[in-house]
Design a protein. Structure first.
Length: 555
C-alpha cells in the first residue's frame, strides 16, 4: 500500500458482510427508481428487498431479476427487471484514503455493474462538476475487460474525454478480485489485487480538473441494459454481483469529518449537519446531509420540511406557493433552470442536442447574453444539417419531488415578451408533461408569447400515464435563421392553487366581485387587497357568497 509520511495504513471503516439478512442499515442506504437513470437502463432499483440485496454466506449479494415490476401504481409504470443500488452515504463518507472492494462479477449480455464514488455534498455543483471516481465498471457484453475512471467538468463521458483505462481480468466472472483505489490530495491510483494499472495526478489547475478534494461516498450498483450494458439476453437471469468485503484505510491523508463540530465523527453521527433531519431522512429527501440549508435560501431544511416548502428549491420558502427555484436567475449557472437546444430536420425529426447538461455547464455558456430584469438572448446555431431548432429554457420537477398525482393542477404565470416575431418563429410559455422516454404527453400545454410585454398564465392538469417529470418554462421554435430574445419577469409556478375565490373565478390573482366590492387581489387569502379601497381586508374566501361575506377592515 502507498502511505504518506511513513504512516502505516489504518482500517477506519469496513463491512465484512457477516451473518444473513438485509444489508446493515447503519452502513447502507438505498437509491430506488426505474426511470432509466440517465442511461436508458431497464431495471427498477428496489428498497430493502432481499431478492435484490441480501447478506448470505459471508457475502453481499446484489441480484438482478427479470420480472414485471410495478414501479408506480399511480401512473401505472412498469419495469421488466429489478435490482438494487446501495450507498454508504451518511455513515461512510471519506476525504482521501484507500478503498478496497473484493468482488465477483456477473456475466452475460445486459449485465452492467459499477463500484464507484460520488460526492456527498457536490460543492462544485451537479455531476460532472463535482466529480466521480469509478473504482470498477464492468459490462457483460465486453467480457473480462474491467474499467477504472474519473470524471470532472473538463473530462467526462458527455464530452468523450473521461479519464480512465481498461484491464483484462480473465476470471472476473468466476473468481473474487480486490478492486481498489488509493486516493490522496495529489494522486489517485487504480489497482486490481494490489497491482496498479492506471493513475491520475492533480494538475493544480482548480476544481474543474480536480474536484476530488471533498467528501465522497461509495456506490454499489447493478444495472441492466442501457447505454453501456447494451442489448439484454432475456434467458440469463437472475445474475448477481457478489461482494466479500468493503474496507477503507487511512494512509496518512484521510481527513476526520465532523461537519457540525459536535465531537462525534460523521460516521457515527445520525445528523451530520445538526439541522434536525437525520442523515437517512435527508438522503431519501434528496437534501444535503452535510449542509443545514440545502438551497441556501435562509431557511434550514428542517424549517422547510415543517412548513411544507421544498428544501431543494430556493424559490420555495415557508409562506410562498411558488415552486420555482431561483425565479430571478441569480448566479452564473441560474440553477435549477436548464437550457436545451435541439436541432431538427426537415420533418421536425431530432438530429442532435446540446445545452447545460443537467446544470453541469453555466447558463451563460449556452445563453451568452443575459440582461438584468430577466432578458435572455437565444443564439440559434446551424451546422448545415438543421432545418430548424427548438430551444427550451425550463425547470424540471420529477413526480416524486413534488409528490404529484393524477388530477393535480400546475399553473405557470408571469410577464413576458419576445423579439424577432416573424412567421417562422414561435415563442411560447409551456408546461410539458414528460414520459419515461423523454416524450411529451398529450396533457402538455403551451401559449404564445408576443412582442408586447403582457401577463401570461398557463395551466395543465396531470393525468394518468407514464409520467416522469414536468418541465415548466419557455420554448422558442424556429425554422429560419434569425436570432431572438425573450424577456420575462414576475415568474411563478404553483401546484394545486385555488381556481376560484368565493363564487368568482380567479384571473392572475384577481377576482371581480362586482357589484359587491369590485376587483380584489386574493392570492394572500384570507387577507385580500381591495383595488377600490386601496386597503387590505381580512375576508376568508370560503365564507363569501354572491351576496357578500364577513369582512374585517383594520384601522
Amino acid at each position: 500500500m502507498q502511505t504518506a509520511h511513513g504512516v502505516e495504513p489504518g482500517l477506519i471503516w469496513s463491512d465484512e458482510f457477516d451473518g444473513d439478512g438485509l444489508p446493515d442499515p447503519g452502513k447502507w442506504v438505498y437509491e430506488t427508481g426505474g426511470d432509466g437513470w440517465g442511461n436508458q437502463e431497464a431495471q427498477y432499483f428496489t428498497y430493502m428487498r432481499p431478492e435484490n440485496a441480501r447478506v448470505e454466506n459471508g457475502h453481499l449479494v446484489i441480484e438482478a431479476h427479470k420480472e414485471h415490476w410495478l414501479a408506480d401504481p399511480l401512473f401505472q409504470k412498469y419495469n421488466d427487471y429489478t435490482s438494487a443500488r446501495l450507498l454508504s452515504k451518511g455513515s461512510g463518507d471519506w476525504l482521501y484514503g484507500r478503498i478496497e472492494v473484493r468482488a465477483k462479477l456477473p456475466s452475460g449480455p445486459g449485465t452492467w455493474t459499477s463500484i464507484h464514488m460520488l460526492p456527498t455534498e457536490s460543492v462544485y455543483g451537479p455531476w460532472p462538476r463535482s466529480g466521480q471516481i469509478g473504482i470498477m465498471m464492468y459490462a457483460g457484453n465486453g467480457a473480462n475487460w474491467v474499467n477504472g475512471h474519473a470524471s470532472s467538468l473538463e473530462a467526462n463521458p458527455m464530452t468523450g474525454s473521461a479519464l480512465g483505462d481498461w484491464i483484462f481480468v480473465g476470471d472476473a466472472e468466476t473468481e473474487f478480485h480486490v478492486y481498489a483505489i488509493d486516493w490522496a490530495p495529489d494522486r489517485i491510483s487504480w489497482q486490481i489485487d494490489g497491482e496498479e494499472y492506471f493513475f491520475i495526478t492533480n494538475p493544480g489547475t482548480g476544481w474543474a480538473d480536480w474536484p476530488f478534494d471533498q467528501p465522497f461516498h461509495l456506490v454499489l450498483n447493478f444495472s441492466v441494459g442501457g447505454t453501456i450494458g447494451g442489448s439484454i439476453d432475456p434467458s440469463i437471469w437472475p445474475q448477481a454481483l457478489e461482494i466479500d468485503y468493503v474496507r477503507v484505510y487511512d494512509q496518512g491523508h484521510t481527513v476526520s469529518l465532523d461537519t457540525d463540530g459536535d465531537q462525534i465523527p460523521n460516521s457515527l453521527d445520525p445528523d451530520d449537519d445538526n439541522d434536525g433531519l437525520s442523515d437517512v431522512d435527508e438522503h431519501y429527501r434528496g437534501s444535503n446531509l452535510l449542509h443545514p440549508d440545502s438551497d441556501a435560501d435562509g431557511f434550514s431544511d428542517f424549517e422547510e420540511v415543517v412548513a411544507g416548502s421544498n428544501p431543494l428549491r430556493s424559490g420555495s420558502v415557508p409562506g410562498s406557493r411558488n415552486i420555482l427555484g431561483n425565479p430571478g436567475f441569480a448566479g452564473e449557472q441560474f440553477a435549477p433552470w436548464g437550457a436545451n437546444t435541439t436541432l431538427l430536420g426537415q420533418d421536425g425529426q431530432y438530429l442532435s442536442n446540446f445545452g447545460t447538461w443537467n446544470f453541469a455547464y453555466a447558463m451563460t455558456d449556452v445563453l451568452p447574453e443575459y440582461g438584468s430584469g430577466g432578458s435572455l438572448f437565444m443564439p440559434f446555431l446551424y451546422n448545415g444539417r438543421a432545418a430548424g431548432i427548438e430551444h427550451v429554457l425550463s425547470q424540471g420537477f420529477f413526480v416524486d419531488e413534488l409528490d404529484l398525482a393524477p388530477g393535480d393542477l400546475l399553473t405557470f404565470r408571469g410577464k413576458a415578451s419576445a423579439g424577432k416575431e416573424v412567421p417562422e418563429i414561435l415563442t411560447e410559455a409551456v408546461i410539458f408533461i414528460i414520459d419515461r422516454n423523454w416524450g411529451r404527453l398529450p396533457q402538455s400545454v403551451a401559449i404564445p408569447i408576443g412582442p408586447d410585454t403582457e401577463e401570461f398564465e398557463v395551466r395543465a392538469i396531470l393525468e394518468t400515464g407514464d409520467v416522469m417529470l414536468v418541465d415548466i418554462g419557455f420554448r422558442i421554435l424556429t425554422f429560419s435563421g434569425p436570432e431572438s430574445w425573450i424577456r420575462f419577469s414576475n415568474l411563478e409556478a404553483t401546484l394545486n392553487e385555488p381556481t376560484s375565490w368565493g363564487p368568482w373565478e380567479i384571473h392572475s390573482g384577481y377576482v371581480d366581485s362586482s357589484p359587491w366590492m369590485g376587483w380584489l387581489w386574493v392570492k394572500n387569502d384570507p387577507w385580500v387587497w381591495s383595488v377600490d379601497l386601496s386597503k387590505w381586508l381580512y375576508c376568508p374566501g370560503q365564507g363569501v357568497t354572491e351576496s357578500g361575506g364577513w369582512v374585517y377592515v383594520p384601522k
